[in-house]
Design a protein around this ligand. Structure first.
Ligand SMILES: Nc1ncnc2c1ncn2[C@@H]1O[C@H](COP(=O)(O)OP(=O)(O)OP(=O)(O)O)[C@@H](O)[C@H]1O
Length: 633
């Protein structure tokens, strides 16, 4: 229950702001320090991504230009059709201007052809828009994935994974939808507004001023919307990330949930977050959805004003064309269509407002991950796998995951090449932290870590990690074949090498019993084999990697005695003749270690061989006796 509460607090704190949920130790669950949002910068960066497909962008621009021009030209043709009908004075029973049949049919056919051109190019523009979205988002998704792969472990350790997944999927999807649905509307919108304004100004500057009312009202309304609605959409994306985190934690921890009969609580918690998401989404959508109807209303006001003012201008003989001709009914009819056309893109963009703002919020979240600094892999010292002897020194290390909260204090340790050193201590005493520092998942605040006398800070992380293998207490296996999982230790391993590693790690007997042998596909988390078998496979992986330095994070979970014996045997064989550091939980397995280091709250409290430590009659002896109560030592 307390775990659940803790988790609830994490998610709650994550949902308080727009930022990504973040967690860390100590002052532990702090919120993400995301860069301040700047819509202009976000749009500029999105534009940069679009420009990776320059040809498509240019094609889209041309196509949009053609269909926009066709749309505007169709209004002019409507004026020509109306004009060709002539003007009949019913009082004088005479034509003021004779109808022109040839011009009428010419304009009519031209109108039909223009509509066809409009339709074809409109279709092409949606097609190109979809291609552009697919290509842009593919690049963005790949860049984001690459970024995540190279993010420092400290980032992944301190962020909710569900939220990260949400950025990769929901946020990127939203961007894709908007590019494919809105980009053409935006381009053609700008072109249409400019084109319509030109045509309108040419035919009646005064009546154009009236149409401007629409533009001004639109600008005021959009400004208000971005002030009040946008923050809601940004928050909505943050809550969605938190919701995903809940789902991810449930799926990955489902065994714990069902074993603790936590289903009802999990459902209740989930529905709380789901409700929260729904409320935020509804608030955002209430404002977002009002955009379409209100913009439509503003457009109709413009339409109404053009009708009234157009009629008044004709009656009073004002508002003529730029070239000095009087305003006619045909021109007012044209104005009615151009005003409609003029407001159409504004309406379209308004209808897409929610999606555009959601996508911008998503883009901000995606870019904020992309702006994180990646791990620096560079090194200045030569450190070749073949030359590594495996002598390790930790010299006066101070380290904390959080500022002002040291986990290791003045920690020193020396491991001779080929020796086996065991780290022992209560939970949270800092054993795993030592390994984290050796592998440079984190770097110390002060002090030095040397391998063969070389400062690990000067060694490239790739070279360093080539020389070290780690067998974790929770074996990590991927949803792939057994063979490929083992080959993770050496990508180019031959079949013989894989078979050797499997036999060496005592995996052969259980693999031979599987119908597909080493070609058996493991499920995600390898739930189709046992815990002990998973451990054996990770040992086989380390055998293949043949590391100079081996780290064994001894499994705490118990497996059956036979399998445990197999795991122990395989580990002993694996450790032979190489430097090994064992994070020991069961003291029975480390009695032959060259040295045992006993830690307490980040300090070394005792150090020596098993026998020496028992003789001291201190912390180690107490630990030992607790584990072997009743047994003769
Ligand atoms: N990634 C992390 N971020 C922040 N704090 C951490 C992190 N990992 C460990 N800590 C904290 O550092 C301290 C030492 O943890 P560490 O995992 O090194 O202990 P340990 O001795 O390996 O424990 P155990 O035997 O339970 O695995 C603990 O207080 C722990 O809460």
């Amino acid at each position: 229950m307390s775990e659940a509460n803790n988790s609830r607090e994490k998610v709650k704190s994550a949902m308080k702001g727009n930022g990504a949920p973040m967690r860390g130790p100590g002052a532990r669950f702090t919120r993400a320090k995301e860069k301040p949002k700047n819509t202009k910068v976000t749009i500029k960066r999105l534009f940069g991504y679009l420009m990776h497909s320059k040809v498509l962008v240019i094609a889209l621009l041309i196509v949009a230009l053609i269909y926009t021009a066709a749309g505007i030209y169709s209004s002019v043709l409507i004026k020509d059709v109306a004009g060709a009908l002539g003007t009949y004075n019913s009082e004088a029973k005479a034509w003021v201007r004779e109808p022109n049949e040839a011009s009428f049919y010419y304009s009519l056919w031209s109108l039909l052809i223009t509509y066809v051109v409009y339709c074809v190019f409109l279709y092409l523009s949606s097609l190109f828009g979809a291609f552009l979205a697919a290509k842009t988002v593919r690049k963005m998704r790949n860049d984001l994935f690459e970024k995540i792969v190279y993010l420092p472990i400290s980032y992944l350790d301190s962020h909710f994974h569900g939220d990260l997944l949400s950025r990769m999927t929901n946020d990127v999807d939203n961007i894709s939808n908007v590019i494919s649905s809105s980009i053409t509307s935006l381009i053609s919108g700008v072109l249409t507004i400019l084109g319509c304004l030109g045509v309108m100004l040419w035919h009646s500057p005064l009546l154009t001023l009236i149409s401007f009312v629409v533009l001004i009202l639109t600008l005021i309304y959009t400004k208000l919307m971005s002030k009040y609605a946008r923050p809601l959409f940004v928050k909505q994306q943050g809550v969605l990330g938190a919701l995903n985190t809940q789902t991810e934690e449930m799926v990955t921890g489902y065994k714990t949930v069902i074993t603790n009969n936590h289903e009802a609580i999990a459902i209740e918690e989930f529905s709380k977050y789901s409700d929260d998401f729904t409320h935020t989404a509804i608030k955002a959508q209430v404002l977002g959805s009002s955009m379409g109807p209100i913009m439509n209303f503003i457009g109709n006001i413009g339409y109404f004003l053009v009708c009234i003012c157009g009629a008044l201008f004709i009656v009073h003989g004002i508002g003529g064309t730029i070239y000095g001709e009087p305003l006619t009914i045909a021109i007012v009819i044209m104005f009615l269509t151009t005003t409609k056309q003029f407001t159409r893109p504004i309406n379209e963009v308004a209808m897409l407002y929610s999606s555009i703002v959601t996508a911008l919020a998503g883009a901000e979240r995606v870019f904020s991950v992309m702006d994180e600094e990646v791990e620096n892999f560079n090194g200045t010292l030569e450190f070749k796998y073949d030359d590594v002897k495996g002598e390790i020194d930790f010299l006066h290390i101070d380290f904390g995951y959080e500022e002002n909260e040291l986990v290791l204090k003045d920690f020193s340790m020396h491991v001779d090449s080929g020796h086996k050193v065991a780290l022992v201590g209560a939970t949270g005493s800092g054993k795993t932290t030592i390994v984290n520092l050796l592998l440079r998942y984190y770097d110390p605040n002060s002090g030095k870590i040397l391998i063969d006398g070389k400062d690990t800070l000067d060694i490239s992380k790739k070279d360093l990690r080539d020389a070290i293998s780690i067998v974790l207490q929770d074996p990590v296996l991927f949803g792939d074949t057994i063979e490929n999982n083992v080959k993770y230790g050496k990508k180019d391993a031959t079949d013989e090498e894989v078979d050797f590693a499997l036999t060496f790690a005592n995996c052969d007997s259980f693999i031979n019993n599987l119908p597909d042998g080493k070609k058996t596909i493991l499920t995600e988390g390898a739930t189709n084999i046992s815990q002990g078998q998973r451990q054996l496979l990770t040992i086989a992986r380390a055998v293949l990697a043949d590391p100079r330095i081996l780290i064994l994070d001894e499994a705490t979970s118990s497996v059956d005695t036979r399998t445990e014996k197999k795991v122990q045997d395989a580990m002993v064989k694996l450790m032979a003749n190489r430097t090994s550091i064992i994070i020991a939980h069961r003291l029975s397995t480390i009695q032959d270690a060259n040295r045992i280091i006993v830690l307490d709250k980040g300090h070394v409290v005792e150090e020596g061989t098993h026998k020496e430590l028992l003789a001291i009659n201190g912390v180690y002896r107490k630990l030992y006796e607790t584990q072997f109560k009743g047994l003769d030592t």
